[in-house]
Design a protein around this ligand. Structure first.
Ligand SMILES: C[S@@+](CC[C@H](N)C(=O)[O-])C[C@H]1O[C@@H](n2cnc3c(N)ncnc32)[C@H](O)[C@@H]1O
Length: 346
């Protein structure tokens, strides 16, 4: 069957194309088996007001039917071995997971911790979103998760978990990524938040998903553009991308301008400094100073867990460190008339 061509894109970059329109009309015009990775963050049917005027408070059956329609299309356009991620409330993903199980292969249900939601009377405090991860066929073409740093105390740099005590066997490139993501903070600050109706996701989340399930040059699709977080990360990571958004797209277009992308690149680079090492550079330096083991200096025959210093000694060490940080901060404090060249205080 021949596929009707897509309308002219509203915006193009060297790597991507953005279409303003309803994904239910656009998706059928995309060639079957052509997309490597799909990330979908649809409206959650919570009665939000969207600039497109779409109804975000429909009956549950109608919402699920709508989701199933575009999910069917996503499964069709996905390449064999391609990956599909669906970000939604646990309540919807339970039902949509059952639907997806008939079409794709389940890989994981990832809990993305969100600590700033509101408590609901008579319920447990909702603290995570659900991120379903599926692939088409028996196994994904790409599975290259970042490794993450060991959890350490911000004051004394001691590791917080024992990880079985086998520190000499730990991969110096970090701990395996788990299916509970606690380090993805919501985009709250006005300076960074682009559109009030989009529930903009953190670049860190998209970076993690795109790194995990695609290679440079692969085609990444997101049928629900919002503020364009997926497209920005795809562009920065040299993936081709295909975007759709029902509402206005001017903010996405502005975000994709090279000067704006540069700002996002800095943020991504900063976030990536924490990955693929057992300890980020600052923690490593702190551990060395405090005499904790580091990947290069685990003495042979040392017991499985590093013996903890007596409590009094630990407290003294922390106070000493804090005093050192405080005095360094005071030393670097800009004086009147120092101007923009003045060193920032810690
Ligand atoms: C939750 S937001 C996506 C936010 C996005 N992940 C980000 O980080 O900015 C959902 C978006 O889907 C758009 N949308 C809703 N229905 C749509 C449809 N049928 N086709 C395309 N976009 C749609 C909404 O206008 C909204 O901007």
């Amino acid at each position: 069957m021949s596929v009707a061509p897509l309308p002219p894109a509203n915006h193009r970059t060297a790597l991507g194309a953005l279409y303003q329109g309803d994904c239910l009309s656009l998706l059928p015009q995309i060639e079957a088996g052509s997309v490597d990775l799909i990330f979908a963050d649809p409206p959650f049917n919570l009665g939000k007001s969207y600039a497109s005027g779409m109804d975000d408070a429909v009956l549950p059956d109608r919402y699920l039917l709508w989701c199933k329609q575009w999910i069917d299309e996503c499964a069709r356009v996905l390449k064999p071995g391609g990956s599909f991620f669906l970000y939604n409330l646990p309540k919807w993903n339970v039902a949509l997971g059952a639907f997806l199980n008939e079409r794709l292969t389940f890989r994981h249900q990832i809990a993305v911790e969100m600590t700033y939601t509101l408590p609901i009377s008579g319920r447990l405090y909702p603290s995570h979103y659900s991120l379903l991860y599926y692939c088409k066929g028996p196994k994904p073409n790409v599975f290259s998760p970042d490794r993450v740093a060991m959890a350490t105390c911000p004051h004394c740099f001691q590791e917080l978990k024992d990880y079985g005590g086998y520190k000499d066997k730990m991969n110096p490139e970090g701990v395996s990524l788990s299916d509970v993501w606690k380090d993805i903070s919501p985009v709250r600050h006005r300076k960074f938040k682009r559109r009030s109706d989009a529930n903009e996701l953190s670049l860190k989340l998209l970076d993690r998903v795109i790194t995990l399930a695609s290679r440079p040059g692969d085609l990444v699709m997101d049928p629900f553009g919002g503020s364009g977080s997926t497209y920005a990360v795809a562009e920065l990571k040299n993936r081709r991308w295909l975007g759709m958004e029902l509402g206005p797209v001017d903010q996405i277009v502005a975000r994709m301008q090279p000067a704006n992308l540069m700002i996002e690149r800095r943020y991504l680079d900063e976030a990536r400094r924490e990955l693929n090492a057992l300890f980020p550079p600052e923690v490593l330096a702190g551990r060395r100073k405090c005499g904790h083991w580091t990947p290069g200096n685990i003495p042979k025959g040392q017991p499985r867990s590093s013996p903890r210093k007596p409590l009094q000694e630990q407290v003294e060490l922390v106070l000493h460190e804090e005093a050192a940080v405080y005095s360094a901060a005071r030393k670097n404090k800009p004086k009147h008339g120092d101007g923009p060249k003045a060193k920032k205080s810690a």
